[in-house]
Design a protein around this ligand. Structure first.
Ligand SMILES: Cc1ncc(COP(=O)(O)O)c(C=O)c1O
Length: 467
């Protein structure tokens, strides 16, 4: 998160404060270092329930669940106990070969039960990026094992976010983020249009737009040659790309195209799983799709500790588990694959969600949140408000009729974000959008507080433009 305050008291005279040490030594993701070195960070020191407290003592309502992840809310003693207990029982041991641990095995079985269809096998990693990398390696290995090593190409979508390791970054369709880096994966990753209903051409129905998107996908497969295309990857609702909800029936139709061409369908549910849309997983329950591979992270432990999970179908498992050659092994290993402490945290996280019925709560409160947010459309600069469950995106525009974007130099989203913080609420500015994803424990009253803060901050920004 960007900076709000540059004053943190030093613990001792002559000793640098945490704020200074952070500024001097820590490389933050997605940060403009030119301004960061001047302003430093906002340091969050405490977190409890729906709230975080910064180093100046300011208490803020967390409208983004840390970063789409603290689904059960902050500071749960039960999570701390589960983590501590696992550290004392068995902190870590080698997961390679035939060495296992109890929490990883228990979690594997739980994930198989909770996930759609026959996604009965899990490859554990350390977060969403590594889980997506694993998915692509498994796809390539799978087709190689089927005697189709040329079937390697992955089709992703513009504006998609799949992570920051090199292959996950290649899958990502926010192309500006790739500047200055090697174009790893450009020989096998291809992008098609995002399903962005708000940006569709004026006068085009949602149905016709869906036809266009599916047609474009088919055309790209034709261009690349179906014999070369291995997988399609999509977030059920695009998250960082702007909370883009696809037209009705889109995912189902895209999957049907995949099936026709022996192309695997990868659902990146790093954000949408574990209750954010009121379900364990959104793919089948909401979008009627049955992925061949499902990628999860974030909400799987509610962010208390890092964990990624790549779930694969029985069919894929049957193929990749055959030895490549006499004595051959599945040579894809991470030291922390199935880390017992992370898996114990995930099991407790799932138990809390079940006991407190957080999924139905998120579905109900999410519906209220979406409805309440529609009131923001009364502002001249709010072009679109959309989402589902506890994922919300707000598009800021200069002109509602033409949907023309606000000039970047006005820093509208950033200014509105600051305005919200002044009102005690954290939101997330992304380009010309405001994005929200509160913890699943959010109440209707807290939804009101979030929307009111945004509304007031937008009004203040609009007034400053006119003035
Ligand atoms: C849909 C999606 N996939 C993958 C990732 C990458 O996850 P991580 O940052 O844990 O590597 C993210 C992160 O926000 C995400 O939103």
């Amino acid at each position: 998160m960007t900076i709000l305050q540059s004053v943190t008291p030093s613990p001792l005279p002559n000793e640098r404060s945490a704020w200074e040490k952070d500024r001097d030594h820590v490389l933050h993701p997605y940060t403009d270092f030119s301004s960061f070195t001047a302003t430093g960070s906002q340091i969050i020191e405490k977190a409890e329930g729906m709230y975080v407290t910064d180093s100046t003592g300011r208490r803020l309502l967390d409208g983004i669940a840390g970063l789409w992840c603290v689904n059960i809310g902050h500071g749960r003693r039960e999570m701390a106990d589960a983590i501590a207990r696992q550290v004392m029982d068995m902190d870590y041991y080698n997961p390679f070969g035939a060495s296992a641990n109890v929490p990883a095995a228990e979690l594997g079985a739980r994930l198989a039960d909770l996930s759609p269809g026959n996604l009965n096998h899990v490859y554990y990693s350390c977060g969403g990026s590594t889980a997506n990398d694993a998915a692509i390696r498994i796809v390539h290995f799978y087709f190689a094992m089927r005697g189709k090593p040329g079937k390697r190409k992955i089709i992703s979508r513009n504006n998609a976010y799949h992570g920051a390791t090199y292959v996950a970054a290649a899958l990502t369709g926010i192309h500006g983020t790739k500047y200055g880096f090697a174009q790893v994966g450009e020989d096998f990753v291809h992008h098609i249009s995002a399903a962005d209903c708000y940006a569709r051409p004026a006068g085009m129905t949602e149905e016709a737009y869906c036809d266009f998107l599916v047609g474009e996908f088919e055309m790209r497969i034709d261009q690349l040659g179906p014999q070369n295309v291995a997988a399609f990857i999509a977030e059920p609702i695009m998250g960082a790309g702007g909370v883009l909800v696809a037209p009705k029936g889109y995912h189902k139709r895209m999957q049907a195209v995949c099936r026709r061409h022996d192309i695997l369908y990868i659902a990146d549910e790093v954000v949408t799983a574990f209750g954010r849309l009121g379900e364990w997983f959104a793919s089948d329950a909401i979008f009627e799709t049955q992925p061949d591979i499902l990628v999860s992270a974030k909400g799987i432990t509610s962010g208390y500790i890092p964990l990624g999970a790549t779930l694969i179908s029985d069919e894929i498992y049957d193929v990749i588990s055959r030895p490549q050659c006499e004595g051959g092994v599945f040579s894809m290993g991470l030291t922390y694959s199935g880390h017992p402490v992370a898996c114990a945290a995930a099991l407790t996280n799932i138990a809390i969600m079940e006991r407190e019925k957080l999924l139905p709560h998120a579905a109900k409160t999410g519906a209220y949140f979406q409805l309440r947010a529609q009131s923001l459309l009364t502002h001249d600069i709010v072009g679109d408000v959309r989402g589902r469950g506890l994922m919300l995106g707000i598009d800021l525009v200069a002109d509602k009729a033409t949907k023309q974007a606000l000039p970047a130099c006005e820093k509208a989203a950033e200014t509105i974000f600051r305005g919200c913080v002044e009102r005690g609420v954290i939101v997330r500015p992304v380009g010309n959008r405001i994005i929200l994803s509160p913890p699943l424990i959010v109440s209707e009253a807290e939804c009101d507080t979030i929307i009111s803060a945004i509304s007031e901050a937008i009004a203040a920004f609009t007034a400053s433009r006119c003035g």
